[in-house]
Ligand binder design. Structure first.
Ligand code: NAP
Length: 248
């Protein structure tokens, strides 16, 4: 039986590249999305056209009931999850902290932090040997912003990713004896639509000068790292934060 991977935010960007690459490595993939059904269907159709198995599942990472339903749907349609990729994430418009509303920061933390916690909870119930599972892997997508701070741009986003780094550290230790490895990936600036969603479509190009390798990265370069951490090749790796950022 092939392994089952859930990719949150698998409809676009890094998540879509991860879903496609996972399918070529033999995973059955649940492609989660929040609102762009068309993009999720496109990823699923590409995978199935190539002979793989994939399923698009709508769930808002800010809504607990959606997350619980996501895992139940995957149980029913593909089988219990073996790998969780906590990838879905948002940025917001450029702002200083003294300009940020409660609602903005609350939403940032719900989608980028609370959602991944709840997904991990649901995955642990299915994977942990403590609960009768057969083990598995969790890969949390953080950001280089976690150590750079995001000042005068989006400190809320950077802080949410700092929380994800600590989450990875603690959860890895908590689950190390239960057959679950937990690791993180910290991408630098990557060519995806997230920058346009924050009002800065030209960020990858503008950032190139400050990246030692002189360019922004591509989603597939992050997907490769995620798939390695998920695989048995990384069997002694847990609690790691893999920087894939062109040298920043
Ligand atoms: P993206 O291109 O904007 O794609 C975001 C994905 O997340 C989409 O599939 C979107 O679904 C989904 N999503 C957004 N809000 C969601 C919610 N509330 N519930 C469920 N899914 C939701 O983003 P990306 O650049 O690939 O980023 C992916 C991850 O990498 C994020 O965690 C981001 O913080 C991190 N990252 C990105 C960069 C970069 O430069 N791109 C750098 C460092 C870290 P819909 O298609 O339905 O909208």
């Amino acid at each position: 039986m092939s392994k089952v991977m859930i990719v949150t935010g698998g409809s676009r960007g890094i998540g879509a590249a991860t879903a496609r690459l996972a399918a070529t490595r033999g995973y059955q993939v649940a492609v989660n999305y929040v609102s762009n059904r068309e993009a999720a269907d496109q990823v699923v159709n590409e995978i199935t056209a190539a002979g793989g198995r994939a399923l698009a599942v709508q769930a808002d990472m800010a809504v607990e009931a959606d997350i619980v339903a996501l895992f139940e749907t995957v149980d029913r349609e593909l089988g219990p999850v073996d790998v969780l990729v906590n990838n879905a994430g948002i940025v917001d418009q450029v702002a200083r902290v003294d300009e940020m509303s409660f609602e903005r920061v609350d939403r940032m933390m719900r989608v980028n932090v609370t959602g991944p916690f709840m997904c991990a909870r649901e995955a642990i119930k299915r994977m942990s040997t403590r609960h009768g599972g057969k083990g598995g892997a969790i890969v949390n997508i953080s950001s280089a912003a976690a150590h750079r701070g995001g000042s005068s741009e989006y400190v809320d986003y950077a802080a949410s990713k700092g929380a994800i780094d600590t989450f990875t550290e603690g959860l890895a230790k908590e689950l190390a004896g239960e057959g679950i490895r937990v690791n993180g990936v910290r991408p630098g600036v990557i060519n995806t639509e997230i920058h346009a969603s924050g009002g800065r479509p030209d960020k990858p190009e503008q950032s190139s000068k400050s990246i030692p390798m002189g360019r922004a990265g591509n989603a597939i370069e992050i997907a490769s790292g995620i798939l390695w951490l998920a695989s048995d090749e990384a069997s002694f790796t847990t609690g790691a934060r893999l920087d894939i950022d062109g040298g920043v």
